[in-house]
Design a protein around this ligand. Structure first.
Ligand code: MV4
Length: 447
């Protein structure tokens, strides 16, 4: 097992990884920008290295500084966390070339899934349903129009090098397709230096359901159930839950088995998530994330498995300690993302946290690096805390969540706490009756 792990990230996720290391008896190195010198994860780490000024480009994305920090401190391995360098295959390869272990999948799997067209092709090859559309990048308008006629309008244009929804365009008929195809290509070239675009049938009101997977790279793969991530705005998730209130037991098992079998055939290593759209009883693969995710916590709550510990064990060359039959998914869990943002217009609200009181009690978990007097810096993602609630049933989970939200006090800055309070009182949400566009309507109604 590793003696020392460098955590190439910040905030709550850096602290989350530190906690797993500490429990495993592994020393931690925190790297940080000058803006994060007083952060909780930095205070708790065994060693710290300042890697640059506040802009992420100069610090958390500064590959040379991070690898130098690992060399200077004698770390054995680097955990990239979430965002930043976590899905950069060149970083993963470079870490290994310099003699450190990258705590994550192989650079090849990161690269494969980072190319959305290749990922979709691979998914199909592995027997996973994908949204009907063009098998590869569209060569010209004639090819696009023919594909669109075959799959049926409306169609969605997607940048091959994109992901996360950037550069998507919706065409409801052939005239719109003619107008939007060159636009989509130009935008893709500007954003990704690659003008390749493909198209798919547009699903109007799907749910976003993802499967949490864990593989050892030798063909052993387990799942920790699915998560429903449909409550989002502008591709920013607000709240996630497991199990999905939309799925019956038969569809759930079909989805989970499909995903596990595919990852076994791929020989996938580490934690990963397969994302699907679900509509009218059908699942369609959209993307795979080759990293830990923010919402991994709810899968941990229902499974009892520490995903970061498993990532570390797998990276250190150990086999999966658990088989699928060792895992019981119990009860229901919900995560609320607490952002330092205005809860109506979502403008960032950095600044000093005044009063701070965290909820507690049975079934409550708070993952956060925030504390009273902490200055939320303006330079990074606005996520400052995750409130995670577990209950034996969804109803119990909802009761507990409402209670915990009422207890949570974060003074001095604006947060999304009031929005979550409004959401848990909503009848559609309480019935589990929502889809990926539902939150936008809900927010519109609140004004
Ligand atoms: C779609 C879609 C509807 N139809 N594909 C957005 C991000 C990218 N990962 C895939 N996305 C979508 N692809 C087809 N054929 C709708 C979305 C989409 C979406 C998906 C998941 C979560 C939130 C979303 C918000 C808007 C659009």
């Amino acid at each position: 097992m590793f003696e020392k792990v460098l955590i190439a990230n910040r905030g709550e996720i850096a602290l989350r990884i530190h906690r797993a290391c500490r429990e495993m008896g592994i020393k931690t190195v925190a790297v940080h920008s000058t803006a994060d010198a007083n952060a909780m994860n930095v205070r708790l780490a065994d060693e710290t290295v300042c890697i640059g000024p506040p802009p992420a480009r100069a610090s958390y994305l500064n590959i040379a500084a991070i690898i130098s920090a690992a060399a200077i401190t004698g770390a054995d391995a680097i955990h990239p966390g979430i965002g930043f360098l976590s899905e950069n295959p060149d970083f993963a390869a470079l870490v290994e070339e310099h003699g450190f272990v990258f705590i994550g999948p192989s650079p090849e799997h990161i690269r494969l899934m980072g190319d959305k067209v290749r990922a979709k092709e691979e998914a199909r090859r592995l027997g996973i349903p994908t949204v009907p559309g063009s098998p590869e990048a569209l060569s010209d308008f004639a090819a696009a129009a023919e594909t669109a006629r075959n799959v049926g309008y409306p169609v969605l244009l997607k940048a091959s090098a994109g992901g996360g929804g950037r550069g998507m365009k919706l065409a409801r008929n052939e005239a719109e397709l003619a107008r939007l195809l060159p636009l989509a290509q130009a935008e893709a070239r500007a954003a990704f230096a690659d003008e390749a675009v493909y198209l798919e049938r547009y699903l109007e009101r799907p749910r976003h359901i993802e499967v949490q997977l864990l593989g050892d790279g030798d063909g052993a793969v387990i799942h920790l159930g699915e998560r429903d991530c449909s409550l989002q705005r502008s591709h920013q998730k607000l709240l996630e839950e497991t199990p999905s209130p939309a799925l019956g037991e038969a569809s759930r098992q079909r989805l989970l088995t499909l995903a596990v079998n595919a990852m076994k055939r791929l020989g996938y290593k580490s934690a990963g998530t397969m994302e699907f759209l679900y509509q009218d009883g059908e699942f369609f693969f959209i993307e795979m994330n080759t990293r830990l995710q923010v919402e991994h916590t709810i899968s941990e709550m229902v499974s009892g498995v520490d995903l970061v510990r498993e990532q570390i064990r797998i990276a250190a060359g150990e086999r999966l300690a658990l088989g699928q039959s060792d895992i019981a998914l119990r009860g229901h869990a919900i995560e609320c993302r607490i952002n330092a943002e205005n809860p109506e217009d979502f403008r960032p609200s950095p600044g000093r946290i005044g009063d701070y009181h965290v909820p507690g009690g049975l079934g409550i978990r708070v993952d956060s690096a925030a504390y009273q007097g902490y200055d939320v810096p303006p330079y990074y993602d606005s996520l400052i805390a995750k409130l995670i609630v577990h209950g034996a049933t969804r109803d119990e989970c909802l009761m507990r969540l409402a209670r915990a939200l009422d207890e949570y006090v974060i003074g001095g800055i604006e947060t999304t706490l009031p929005l979550h309070q409004r959401l848990v009182g909503n009848a559609d949400f309480r019935r589990g009756d929502y889809h990926i566009h539902w939150l936008e309507d809900f927010l519109g109604r609140g004004r």
